[in-house]
Ligand binder design. Structure first.
Ligand code: PLP
Length: 492
């Protein structure tokens, strides 16, 4: 849809592009090795062999035994399975789960779900420089504690936790530890024998592997039962015919884990360069991921006083994909829980961008990104307006010179009714509607959550529209701020 000059991907903590060797392996398996690994005839032996080798490769990458590796559909499943299983097993004798406050939603939402079933959820803090208050953790563990959730590396700021030390503390009181290792695999050395962690979750798509395949490490002797019941696959621990091509792809990634780790210093060099140049370019920034306690690929930057939504859209306009590092599409445009946990206020969290690199990024891509940022901060990019939900009042929206462009889906329009007289267009097919959008009016773009509209606004700018704005927080936030007007026009 958008006219990109380049395509620079700096959002590798969200997902990664599959590598050529992995793709080749998966294609071979899809084409030639399609037997069911559980069957008994010859065609299936090859499949069973693929499964075995992949399991061995993953085990080797984290210094585990092959029978300690269980394949799942994703890390979200791995995290859900362990937490729900241990809670079910121990409740009501025990009900406390301790977690860091910076876990991924696949942990936090599961904990929230269990709260309604009687779990006591307690968080321990991490300071802005990555220090953990180990004493606080120790004091939180008591006889009612089931487990501790502590990720190995955080996805938003790249903070690396000392899981070995956390395990030492938890094990003194016979409490299990689950570590989400999704962002750590391939970026720092993982040794489950050394850390003695009880459970660990992994995902292939964060390290040039396929999507839809995860793994769960379960230390030998530790209890486990699956969320998914059926056949006897995975040693009876997780039912369902194995996704063989995905598993083969995951195994292939892990086979090369040492080579990946060897590339970390060069990624780190790019990170250091980016940070030092960024500091020269804009002094009004705060780096949230600097130093040895942070992953070499993750750069979280707070651009003080700048809306991350607008900046993200501006970078996208230049063909650069980054992430806001905040759940900005939620109801109240909620700032990131991770950034808040490390001490940022709401405004700072809403001004933060995550750049996450991979071994494929180059110096020229970093220079191009710095140039785009420089253009943005020196107003050399076309300006679009960001209108707060309160500013988008009845007077402005119904003014004759205003043209409200609603780019939501039909379903979204059913859940929140469109502003009267708004023009409805399809976000992805916006090009088709250009003849209907007047160039001489103030075009106000609105989407459901405030994420898509800046992209469309920039697109219109690139097509010669002079006066273009978008409503921050989208229709969700707008409806909350304009209840009276909304009620009147929906009742009519
Ligand atoms: N844990 C962390 C730290 C992540 O970054 C992610 C992915 O966003 C997940 C878990 C979920 O992984 P998956 O996409 O395999 O469910």
């Amino acid at each position: 849809m958008l006219r990109f000059r380049k395509n620079i991907y700096l959002d590798n903590n969200a997902t990664t592009k599959i590598s050529k060797v992995v793709l080749k392996k998966m294609t071979t398996v899809l084409k030639n090795i399609w037997g069911n690994p559980s069957s008994l005839y010859k065609t299936s032996h090859q499949s069973a062999q693929i499964l075995k080798i992949a399991r061995e490769n993953i085990a080797k990458a984290i210094n585990a035994e092959p029978d300690e590796i269980l394949f799942t559909s994703c890390a979200t499943e791995s995290n859900n399975s362990v937490i729900k299983y241990l809670f079910e097993k121990e409740f009501p004798k025990k009900n406390k789960i301790i977690s860091t406050a910076i876990e991924h939603p696949s942990i936090l939402s599961t904990l929230e779900y269990l709260k309604n079933k009687g779990a006591e959820i307690v968080f321990f803090n991490t300071s802005p420089n990555g220090d953990i208050n180990y004493k606080e953790l120790e004091s939180l563990i008591d006889d009612s504690t089931i487990m501790v959730c502590a990720m190995s590396a955080n996805n938003e700021i790249g903070l690396i936790l000392d899981v070995k030390r956390i395990v030492e503390i938890a094990h003194k009181k016979c409490v299990y530890v689950l570590s989400d290792c999704v962002q750590a695999l391939g970026k720092i050395k993982i040794d489950v024998k050394d850390s003695k962690v009880d459970y660990a979750s992994f995902s292939a798509h964060k390290i040039q592997g396929p999507k839809g395949i995860g793994a769960l490490y379960i230390k030998n002797g530790n209890p486990f039962n699956s969320l998914i019941h059926g056949g006897h696959q995975e040693n009876g621990l997780r039912a369902g015919t194995e996704s063989l091509h995905n598993i083969a792809g995951f195994g292939e990634v892990c086979k090369n884990i040492d080579a990946k780790l060897k590339k970390v210093p060069s990624v780190n060099k790019l990170k250091q360069y980016f940070i030092s140049e960024l500091k020269k370019l804009n002094q009004n920034i705060k780096i949230n991921s600097e130093g040895e306690k942070f992953l070499a690929n993750t750069i979280s930057v707070t651009f003080i006083g700048t809306s991350n939504e607008k900046l993200m859209a501006a970078l996208d306009y230049r063909g650069i994909s980054v992430s806001a590092g905040s759940a900005c599409n939620t109801l109240e445009n909620a700032p990131s829980h991770v950034l808040k946990a490390i001490g940022l206020n709401d405004d700072e969290a809403r001004s933060t961008i995550r750049f996450s690199l991979s071994e494929s990024n180059t110096l020229s891509e970093i220079n191009y990104t710095l140039e785009a940022l420089d253009d943005y901060f020196n107003n050399r990019l076309p300006a679009i307006g960001a209108i707060s939900p309160k500013q988008a009042n009845e007077t402005l929206l119904l003014d004759k010179s205003t043209f409200v462009l609603d780019i939501r889906s039909e379903n979204d329009r059913k859940s929140i009714k469109s502003i009267p007289n708004s023009f409805q267009a399809d976000f992805l097919g916006i090009r088709k509607y250009l003849d209907n959008i007047p160039k001489d009016r103030h075009v106000i773009v609105v989407c459901q959550g405030g994420v898509n509209s800046p992209f469309t606004a920039y697109y219109l700018k690139s097509k010669g529209y002079v006066n273009v704005s978008f409503i921050m927080t989208g229709m969700w936030g707008w409806k909350l701020a304009n209840k009276d007007f909304y009620n009147r026009y929906t009742e009519e």
